[in-house]
Ligand binder design. Structure first.
Ligand SMILES: Cc1ncc(COP(=O)(O)O)c(C=O)c1O
Length: 411
C-alpha cells in the first residue's frame, strides 16, 4: 500500500484551516426574541404571572379535542395532499365565502399554522435582494421571515396619538415605490391592536395594483375585533380584492379557536399559485397532520358559538384591564379595537427591555417589551389579556406596587 492510499485522519493537523461552523450571514443577523430574553430573566423566580405570550390560558374546546381523538382512533395517521384534505379546504372555502364573499377551494391551502403560512408565502414571492415593506410595530416574524430569504425589509411606523395607533397613509404610499416587491400588513395588529379601516385598505390596494406590488395580509386576529357588530370580523383585503390578483391572506386556527399548539392554519391565494405553493409545502412540511386537519373541520363547522363567546370574554377582559391600568399613576393606556393585547406606556418604558426584565425579576410580572416589536415599539410594553379578570387584577396590583417602590426609592 502506498502512503497516499492510507485513510486520511479526520483530525486536522496544525496546518489545516478548519472552516468555522457558521450559519449564513442572513440567519446570524436575525433578531433573537426579546420576549424570550425577558422570560429567561425570570428563570428561578418562583411566582411569575406571565402575560408575555400571545396565547389564552384556556385549553382548546372539548368538541375540537374530541374530533381529533376520533380521527386518530379511526386511523388518520397518514400523509395527506400537500394543500390539505379536500373536506377541510371545502369547509374553509365555505367559511371564507360567508365572511368575505365567494371563494372556492381552489383558492385555499391548509398550512401548519400561521407562521408556516407566512414562511410559505414569503418563499413564494420574495427572493434575495427584493424590497419588502412592513408596517410596524409588528410581531417580529413578519419582519424577520423575508430576511431569511435575503430580502431587504423597510418599515413604516404607525403613529401613536390621542386615539391610539394610526396609519400615516402618506408615509406608507411614499414607501411603496414601484421597485417594492411585497407589502406585509398585519391587521388586527400584534402588538398594538390597531385595525386597518376598509378605506385605508382600498387606497393601499389601488396603489399596489398600480405598481404590481404583492400584498400579504396577516389576518390571524380577524375574528378578535371589538369595534363592529357582535360577531363581525375586522375589515379584510378579501372583502375588496379579486381572488386572482396579487393578494394573499394568511390565517390560523390558533386564536379564534384556541388551537395554538395544534399548528393549523390556511392561506387564501390566487388559484394560479397553488401548484407552486404545493411544491413549497412538500419541501417544508409535506402536509399538516391528518387528524389535526379533521379537528379543523370540527372547529369551523361547530365553532361559531364558541368564537362568539370567546370574543365577548376577550372584550370584557380588555375593558377590565384598560380600566385597571388607567388607575395606575403614570400609565397611558387606550382600548385597542382588535387582537388580544394592550400596548401601553408607563414610567421607565423608554428602555422597555430593561424595564420588563426588572418587572419579572422584582415584581413577578411577565410583560413583553415594546422593543421586541421593532424600534418603533420602544416606550411601550405589551400585555396579553386573554385570561381571567382576577389574574389581570393580580398583575395590575404587582405593577402598581412595583412603581410605588420605584418612586419611594427615588425619594
Ligand atoms: C400577527 C401574527 N401572525 C401570525 C401568528 C401565528 O400564529 P400561529 O403560527 O400560531 O398560527 C401570530 C401568533 O402570535 C401573530 O401574532
Amino acid at each position: 500500500m502506498r502512503e497516499t492510499d492510507l485513510p486520511q485522519s479526520s483530525m486536522p493537523d496544525a496546518t489545516t484551516q478548519m472552516k468555522k461552523p457558521d450559519a449564513r450571514d442572513a440567519v446570524r443577523a436575525l433578531r433573537p426574541s426579546q420576549i424570550r430574553e425577558v422570560a429567561n430573566a425570570g428563570f428561578g423566580v418562583p411566582d411569575v404571572l406571565p402575560f408575555w405570550f400571545g396565547e389564552s390560558d384556556r385549553v382548546t374546546p372539548a368538541f375540537i379535542r374530541d374530533a381529533a381523538s376520533a380521527a386518530l382512533a379511526s386511523g388518520a395517521t397518514f400523509y395527506t395532499h400537500n394543500l390539505g384534505i379536500a373536506p377541510l379546504r371545502e369547509t374553509l372555502a365555505r367559511y371564507v365565502s360567508a365572511l368575505h364573499g365567494p371563494t372556492s377551494a381552489d383558492h385555499v391551502a391548509v398550512t401548519s399554522a400561521g407562521v408556516n403560512a407566512l414562511m410559505l408565502v414569503a418563499q413564494l414571492v420574495v427572493g434575495a435582494g427584493d424590497r419588502v415593506v412592513a408596517v410596524t410595530p409588528l410581531w417580529p416574524n413578519l419582519v424577520e421571515i423575508p430576511k431569511i430569504l435575503g430580502a431587504d425589509v423597510d418599515t413604516v411606523s404607525l403613529v401613536y396619538g390621542k386615539s391610539g395607533w394610526q396609519l400615516d397613509m402618506e408615509r406608507l404610499l411614499a414607501a411603496l415605490t414601484p421597485d417594492t416587491k411585497l407589502l406585509m400588513l398585519n391587521s388586527p395588529n400584534n402588538p398594538t391592536g390597531w385595525v386597518m379601516t376598509r378605506d385605508e385598505q382600498r387606497v393601499v390596494l389601488e396603489h399596489c395594483r398600480r405598481h404590481g406590488i404583492w400584498i400579504v395580509a396577516d389576518e390571524v386576529y380577524e375574528r378578535l375585533y371589538y369595534a363592529g357588530e357582535a360577531g363581525e370580523s375586522a375589515p379584510s383585503f378579501l372583502d375588496l380584492a379579486a381572488r386572482d390578483e396579487r393578494v394573499i391572506c394568511v390565517n390560523s386556527f390558533s386564536k379564534a379557536w384556541l388551537m395554538t399548539g395544534w399548528r393549523l392554519g390556511w392561506i387564501v391565494a390566487p388559484a394560479a399559485l397553488m401548484d407552486d405553493l404545493g411544491k413549497l409545502v412538500e419541501y417544508n412540511t409535506s402536509c399538516s397532520p391528518a387528524f389535526v386537519q379533521q379537528a379543523g373541520i370540527a372547529a369551523i363547522e361547530q365553532g361559531a358559538a364558541f368564537t362568539r363567546e370567546l370574543v365577548g370574554d376577550l372584550r370584557a377582559s380588555r375593558d377590565h384591564l384598560v380600566r385597571a391600568l388607567s388607575a395606575v399613576p403614570g400609565v397611558d393606556v387606550k382600548a385597542p379595537p382588535g387582537a388580544m393585547y394592550v400596548f401601553f406606556s408607563l414610567p421607565g418604558a423608554s428602555r422597555s427591555l430593561e424595564l420588563c426584565k426588572a418587572l419579572v425579576r422584582d415584581a413577578g410580572l411577565g410583560l413583553a417589551p415594546g422593543s421586541a416589536f421593532g424600534p418603533e415599539g420602544e416606550g411601550f410594553v405589551r400585555w396579553c389579556y386573554a385570561c381571567d379578570p382576577a389574574r389581570l387584577d393580580a398583575g395590575v396590583q404587582r405593577l402598581k406596587a412595583w412603581l410605588e417602590r420605584q418612586d419611594a426609592a427615588r425619594g
